[in-house]
Design a protein around this ligand. Sequence first.
Ligand SMILES: [Fe+2]
Ligand SMILES: [Fe+2]
Length: 256
Amino acid sequence: MNSSFLLFKNDDHKFIHLGLERLNIEGIFTNQYLIIHKNEGFLIDPGGAHVFSRVFSNVSKYIDLRNIKGVFFSHQDPDVAAGLSLWDIHLPNAKYFFSKLWDRFMPHYGVYSKYKVSLIEDYGGKYYFEDGAELQFIPAHFLHSSGNFTLYDPTSKVLFSGDIGVGVIQPSLKKLFVEDFNEYKKEMEWFHKRYMVSNKIINMWISKVENFDVEIMAPQHGLLFRKKEFIEFLNWFKKLECGEDIIEKIYYNREG
Ligand SMILES: [Fe+2]
Ligand SMILES: [Fe+2]
């Protein structure tokens, strides 16, 4: 259950899924990812305290932790960042990248050193590896967090989508990718309707990512999407009414 999956690999660059959770764990199942470019590591949404031992052990198989130079937090939620103080002990050379909105909140996870934090402006930004290769922080505010980013890796063509594209289902060794989008959307619908703010906001994010060359969309929960299913997802998502669009139904229990 603890094995990692290589989603992309060439001579200089790897994009790694950091393994699956045990069946008896409580809480929503989460995906964690590691990018290694040459000898430089970059962690993505490393997760809460209860997944730390598995993620730590899988990361350590690939890279000396002193060579992890960046950790990205798509937003402030505990399933994304509650393990921060545990990671901080082992990552002396890492900077933590997250929205400037969470500057005064993340210290509550136990990390106080400002020099290790790199705040992302609302319009997004980039992370540069030592040789100039880049990762792009793409604004995804209010999908669902108010200070929220997705991450595009142009080398691997993987789009890390955070809580966008989430299905409430546990990936398995046999099933890591969406195979039948029409079936899978049943696992996604409620989450997106209730946790996302509005159709207008959805389409702002889509306008940012729809022209990217995406081989894999990798969310923080549930199954991953290959190119075909990613396009099917965008077509479904761009029409979805959610949050503000359906707020009366939510408030007055009129959900059919
Ligand atoms: Fe979240
Ligand atoms: Fe999440």
